[in-house]
Structures are given as C-alpha cells and as structure tokens.
Design a protein around this ligand. Sequence first.
Ligand SMILES: [Zn+2]
Length: 292
Amino acid sequence: MFSIGDATITRVEETNLPSYPLKDIFPEFTDAHMAEHKSWLAPHHYDADKGLIRLAVHSWLLQVGGKKILIDSCCGNNKAKPGRPFWHMLNVPYLERLAAAGARPEEIDLVMCTHLHHDHVGWNTQQKDGKWVPTFPNARYVFSKPDVDYFSKVDADPKEGPAELGTFRECVVPILEHGRADLVSGGPYRLNDFIEIDSAPGHSPGHVFFKLESKGKRAAFIGDVWHHLLQVYYPDWNFPKNSDAAQAKVSRRKVLDYCASSGALVFPGHVGLPFAGRIEAAQKGYRPHFEP
Ligand SMILES: [Zn+2]
C-alpha cells in the first residue's frame, strides 16, 4: 500500500507475466542498450530466458476523502484475446483481491478509465442472465469523451468493428446505456478536491491521466502513457498500437515533465515491480526511480 497525504493507494493485480518479445515491441533496442540497462531489466521488467518483456496488469484502488475509487479495470475473465496468449481467457480472482484490498464491488464510488483499450475496461461489467451489467452497481464511471466517440465509430463500422476485441460493446456501452457514465473532454478538468484529469492523447485519441493531490503530496496515474521503464529513458520509443504515434511522444514528454517537476509518485498501468516510482529529469530523457 502507498500513502499520499491522506490518500491510500493499493494495487489490485490481475496478471504480471512475460508477454511480448522485447525487440518486437522496441525495434530501437540494441545490444548496447542491453549492456546499459541489464542491471534493472531482469527479472521484474524483462524475462531474460525467454527474451520477453514483463507487463503487469492491475487496477489502482485509491481511497481518499471517504471515497473508494478504482482506476482502470484490467482485462476481465473469460475474454478471448487473439495474439495475447498471456491474457487469453483469464480466470483470476480479481474481485476477491479487490475485496482484500479494501473494497467490495458495491462500495466502489468511482471507476476511472485512463483510456478505453480492452485491458483497461474489462471488469467494468459482468454478465448476469445473459446481459452485461455494471460490476460496480453504485459507481459513476469516468470515461474520456474523445475515446467514447472514437471507439463508437470503430464499433459501428462493419469492416473495423467490433472495437477492442468486443470489449467496447461488453464493457463500455452497457455503462453508457445504464446512465452510469460521466464523460470528460480535454483538460485539465477538476473532478473533485483531490483529483484533476489532464489529457495525454496519442496511445488512444482520448487518453487521459489523473493527478492526485493531498496535503501537498502528489501522485499521477498515467495509464499507458508509457508501458515500460525503457520509455522513460527513451521517451520517443512508442509501444505499438497508437492512434497517433507522433502525439503519443509529445504526451509522454508532457507527463514525464509533470512527474519530474512535481515530484509525483507515478502509478503506471503495466510497469513491473515495484509498480510505482518517481521520475527525475536527466541530461538526455529522464531517469525512473522504481527501486524494489
Ligand atoms: Zn494497457
């Protein structure tokens, strides 16, 4: 558990597994990079035997001001993930882990998605009597409007849909139809006394990040602005699958600048152990401080 002023933040794990070949994800990566970064890459950020980067998938349970807030909701169980064997047809006791972290589904006040990719919306809904209904029955769900607009279009296009492996229909549309969603555009947008939402588009059209402040201490929930700590050292290295690759780099530098200048504790969506850390500006790029 992490503390930021009066807020507590607990990681709720879905998976933490070796996933993609490092060189498929970062074609820029050379033997010289390996020599420079070997000391920290394995075992928590790289599986050296398999040559695969390690990616965690988790939610952050944020408790502040008497509210229980779930940030990003992972892949969900029993979902087909073509091309992603490590996330395919999961059967993970995620809701039990969430309860152990301090929240039963009916206690969640807010679900906030940094963006609407399939691995960030999975537990928004669950199937009951053949219908997809909100998993968190008393929660408002905060979605980015540009993402809702974009994936609605993709989903309705018979050539491109269903969007995000079907998760837009299963995990986002039912929330909209139940009238549980609050759509936010642009930014910065002040959500409450503690949280500000700011835009960081590029990985998806409406990707946002969340700034938390309590008693002068700060945190940032950055979703997929970077997936891996190599992208902190090299902010121009994109993870594949961006709606706008050039904009993704601009947003990464914007968020890195914010994190470095504010001293915020950073909570990414996929970075391995210890899962959260700080950013320091360096001569070239930035340096992560995510020491286990
Ligand atoms: Zn992701």
